[in-house]
Ligand binder design. Structure first.
Ligand code: AMP
Ligand code: TRP
Length: 337
């Protein structure tokens, strides 16, 4: 499939669920990478509220609606330029759900049953809706509707992006060339930030909701962040280095490195002969320095609610223009409409 000749830059698309508060793992694994390379690509970032509905008992309607706005504001607060990036809310467009239905019909059930995130979430959920199983097909629709070349995400999404490629290839084979094949872009450092209280498990929004000290949320105050970092799990060794350290120490060092962009050697030299208390203090400094400007930009955007609603409506129109074209190609190819 040839992309629109007018646009030479690769199309980048990604999204985060507006379920609960975003944390430093979301920032290091995804959001800040969107901002770092934004000028090299043509960018669309979506607040995937339809995905957040896949565990409906988890989130109240008024909280979901408010969180969607907050997450959109956070995308911009984390460094995306308001003028050049399209940030929109998924449910403002009907095209995503419609495209997902068509892809449902061409996606083998076995592909979805194999997804590790589905297995993990369905083990924890009290009841499992169809949407939870279908979640990666909706994600494929999100990505494919925009002729996406690159999907910047954390490590946990690799399998979903591979599946998106398989879904696109199968559709193209069945109905003719329709979709661009996207690839995942995963950061070298910080693709999987671990829980501060349990460094063997990924830092997670849903866990953080019930366990203070598990995560650093992007909107947390200084006192809460300090408490979480100072009580983070480490070990009884004394050397602060990347090799042969425990999962907890590696996690703190990895976050520090991701936030300061210093080399491993420089970091090890800085922490040589010093205890973990010093590492935690330095990490706290780096986290606060990162989050302060993000929080003040976030507050500024949220203070102008009408402005934010207008921006989101305008962006939804811009996104719809692209998505509607792909959806009509899908309908044309399959004999619908
Ligand atoms: P989610 O929290 O599942 O909506 O994920 C939103 C984005 O953040 C995705 O690109 C994830 O891969 C990324 N992400 C989520 N948790 C982490 C984590 N603990 N470390 C690094 N990236 C993460
Ligand atoms: N499944 C992704 C996550 O949990 C969120 C998501 C939905 C997404 N649609 C997407 C990410 C499209 C990238 C592209 O993190």
């Amino acid at each position: 499939m040839k992309k629109d000749q007018a646009s030479k830059k690769p199309r980048v698309f990604s999204g985060v669920q507006p379920s609960h508060d975003l944390h430093i793992g979301n920032y290091i694994g995804a959001l800040r990478n969107w901002a770092l390379k934004q000028h090299l690509s043509d960018n669309i970032f979506c607040v995937v509220d339809l995905h957040a509905l896949t565990l409906p008992e988890d989130i109240k309607p008024e909280v979901l609606r408010e969180n969607s706005r907050k997450v959109a504001a956070l995308y911009y607060a984390c460094g995306l330029d308001i003028e050049t990036n399209i940030v929109f809310i998924q449910s403002h467009l009907h095209e995503h759900a419609e495209a997902a239905w068509i892809l449902n019909c061409t996606t083998p059930l076995g592909w979805l049953q194999r997804m590790t995130q589905f297995k993990a979430k369905s083990e924890q959920a009290a009841s499992i809706g169809m949407g939870l199983l279908d979640y990666p097909v909706l994600q494929a629709a999100d990505i494919l509707l925009y002729d996406t070349d690159e999907v910047p995400v954390g490590e946990d999404q690799r399998q979903h992006i591979e599946l998106t490629r398989d879904i696109a290839i199968r559709f193209n084979n069945l109905f003719g060339e329709t979709f661009v094949l996207p690839k995942a872009v995963i950061p070298e450092e910080g693709a999987k930030v671990m829980g501060l209280d349990e460094p063997e498990a990924k830092m997670s929004k849903s866990v953080a909701r019930n366990r203070p000290g598990h995560a650093i949320n992007l909107l947390d105050n200084e006192k809460t962040i300090k408490k979480a970092i100072m009580s983070a799990v480490t070990d009884s060794e004394k050397e602060t280095r990347f090799e042969h350290a425990s999962a907890g120490v590696i996690n703190l060092l990895t976050m520090y490195r991701a936030l300061t962009h210093e080399s491993r050697d420089a970091i090890e030299a800085r922490f040589e002969g010093k205890g973990y208390g010093f590492l935690k203090k330095e990490l706290l400094g780096a986290v606060l320095e990162t989050l302060k400007p993000i929080q003040s930009k976030f507050n500024e955007i949220m203070a102008d609610r009408d402005g934010l609603e207008r921006l989101l409506a305008k962006n939804a129109d811009a996104a719809r223009e692209i998505a509607a074209k792909t959806l009509s190609k899908m309908k044309e190819a399959t004999g619908l409409g």
